[in-house]
Design a protein around this ligand. Structure first.
Ligand code: TSB
Ligand code: ZN
Length: 585
């Protein structure tokens, strides 16, 4: 989808369109006050204080009509420079503008306002010449938004819209938007009974339904097998720790605002853990280690809790209770390159297995000027960063560098993906860490019998099972490969009276082979059942009639296809078992 903010002409048009909308709002709601109205990737929005009034769906149409009227009228948009005093005087009735203006420095920036007919707004510009240029727009949605994003403040109303140069562009954008909505994992997750939410459990705390649980278990089995084959050892550790644990790790000082508040139990003070590294440090420290034991790779499918802003939580993609596919790799300094390479290879391997192609590698480096954010050891940083770069070049993967994005304890590699709706997120991550092992006083004995501190690689291939599931649901539009599908095969007898026995026989045979099969013996029309099988995106639908029963055959239709294929029962079962085993797409 086009990024409107980055397109010069569309940026200006959308900004002007936000003013046009504000003017229309003022006509319909004379008491309306305006906060800010920026251009965003998807168009524009304006935050508005409507007093007692609340925007409803049908109001958008009314507003659009009023905007069209103003546009037709065709007033010029006129810029005016103001001194701070003039600005304060001009907007003296408007507390929101007073708030903005009081924080402005007229010596740094000229204060300007823009007028069009009966409407004037404080604004930096630039704008189109006349409102006549704004013809092809659409108001898309509305929501509540706290003033300055702070839940202690008043809730304003935010209306989103978009503006283009011609009708075709607007139409094709609206079509893309519709498609994105269809692909949104929140919709798919609901339609396919994958997860739910409930106020009684809380915001950002999805409940995985049976279908979702199957997907998650398959993902766990898949990555567990891969990790075992690479020498990982998995552990189970509690999803709480004492405050002291997080003081030792440094999270209490550096990560507290992302954590749930602590709770006291007897004499101990606990927190829900936001990360698993501290627990894994203790597991490593439980034994003495020689350089010969390294790398030691400690993995866990670990539940974490993070405070995410209530406006940021989103389906399975951004949750407050998540399960990481986590591991901490303890290595000697000269094993960093090789171990990092294995992680990148694993990422590539996994993405290939899932057929994922829409992702970007981001190498996050420190800003050498920023001595405060990054822990101070130039040699360490330079060496680590060039090692990571070297590995990426050697593997020939494309990546971009982001200066100043490293964690304070070391550089990292992130995989960025774009969800159907909303900004990019990180899926996989691999982070180098020189600090945490020191804080936990970890060591190994090197070949000279000297005590040394290991280096740690934090890595999560799926990121979290939550976010990864959200992403594959969107990439596949809910049509998962056979091996991942909650229901793999749906058997529909043409007529229960004649075909149910053979269908049941088949059902039991498939069940015995551990295939997730359903038998639809409801008294409904065949066409209805077939359609439902498609809506549920079941990969294989079997239609069992006379011919199949008499010849011990199977006729099946793949999801999304119109043709039916017929095979002997044995051939069919072999095909299915092979497809599942090979994780065929
Ligand atoms: C990799 N300590 C490391 C770990 O060892 C760590 O926690 N890294 S992280 O903070 O980057 O989180 C790992 C992954 O979890 C991220 O790459 C991202 O894919 C996923 N993740 C982070 N926050 C959320 C969230 N709120 N909801 C869903 N997934 C999340
Ligand atoms: Zn970690």
């Amino acid at each position: 989808m086009i990024n409107i903010k980055e397109n010069e002409r569309l940026n200006v048009m959308n900004h002007s369109c936000a003013h046009l909308m504000a003017q229309a709002i003022k006509h319909l709601y004379p008491k309306a006050l305006f906060w800010v109205g920026p251009v965003i990737e998807e168009g524009f929005y304006y935050d508005i204080d409507l007093g007692e009034d609340v925007i409803k769906e049908e109001d958008l149409e009314r507003l659009e009509k009023e905007m069209k009227k103003i546009s037709k009228d065709g007033k010029r948009i006129v810029r005016r420079e103001l001194t701070k005093d003039e600005a304060l005087d001009m907007f003296k009735e408007d507390p929101y503008k007073i708030d903005l203006i009081s924080r402005m420095d007229e010596n740094e920036n000229v204060i300007t306002c823009y007028s069009q007919g009966d409407f004037t707004d404080l604004c930096r510009g630039p704008h189109v010449e006349t409102v006549k240029e704004l013809k092809f727009f659409k108001l898309i949605k509305f929501s509540g938004a706290y003033w300055k994003g702070d839940s202690k403040n008043k809730m304003l109303q935010r209306i989103y819209g978009v503006c283009f140069e011609n009708q075709e562009d607007l139409d094709s954008y609206m079509k893309e938007l519709e498609e994105a909505k269809e692909r949104d994992h929140r919709k798919i997750g609901k339609d396919l009974d994958i997860f739910m939410a409930h106020d009684l459990v809380g915001k950002g705390m999805p409940l995985w339904l049976p279908n979702g649980a199957v997907i998650r278990k398959e993902l766990e089995n898949y990555i567990y097998a891969k990790e075992r084959s690479m020498g990982y050892q998995h552990v189970y550790t509690p999803c709480v720790g004492t405050v002291d644990l997080y003081k030792t790790s440094g999270h209490w000082d550096h990560y507290k605002e992302n954590m749930f508040p602590s709770m006291k139990v007897d004499e101990e003070e606990f927190v829900l853990r936001p990360m698993n590294c501290p627990h894994h440090m203790l597991v490593y420290g439980n034994k003495l280690h020689s350089y010969r034991d390294l790398p030691i790779r400690i993995g866990e499918f670990a539940t974490d809790f993070r405070y995410e802003a209530s406006g940021a939580v989103k389906g399975l993609e951004r949750v407050r209770c998540m399960c990481q596919n986590d591991a901490h790799l303890f290595v000697t300094p000269d094993q960093i390159g090789e171990e990092f390479k294995k992680v990148v290879e694993l990422i590539l391997d996994v993405y290939k297995d899932f057929g994922l192609e829409n992702y970007k590698f981001r190498l996050s480096l420190r800003d050498p000027e920023d001595k405060e954010k990054y822990f101070d050891d130039d040699d360490m940083w330079n060496e680590a960063e060039s090692k990571l770069r070297e590995v990426l070049n050697e593997l020939g993967v494309e990546y971009f560098e982001a200066i100043g994005e490293a964690a304070f304890y070391g550089p990292k590699l992130d995989v960025e993906v774009k969800p159907a709706v909303g900004p990019e997120v990180t899926l996989s991550t691999c982070q180098l860490d020189f600090l945490l092992p020191r804080r936990f006083e970890l060591s190994y004995v090197d070949s000279n019998g000297e005590k040394k501190v290991p280096v740690v690689l934090h890595r999560a291939i799926f990121g979290t099972f939550d976010r990864f599931t959200a992403f594959i649901l969107e990439e596949t539009k809910g049509s998962l490969p056979l091996w991942l599908s909650p229901t793999q095969i749906n058997i529909i007898p043409v007529n229960n009276e004649y075909h149910l026995d053979y269908s049941k026989e088949l059902y039991n045979e498939l069940l015995e082979k551990n295939i997730r099969v359903e038998l639809d013996s409801r008294d409904e029309k065949l066409s209805y059942k077939m359609r439902e099988s498609q809506t549920r995106k079941i990969p294989m639908t079997l239609i069992i009639g006379d011919k199949e029963r008499d010849n011990n055959e199977i006729s099946f239709r793949l999801f999304g296809e119109k043709e039916t294929t017929t095979l002997s029962k044995e051939e069919f079962i072999k095909l299915v078992v092979d497809k599942i085993e090979n994780k065929s797409k």
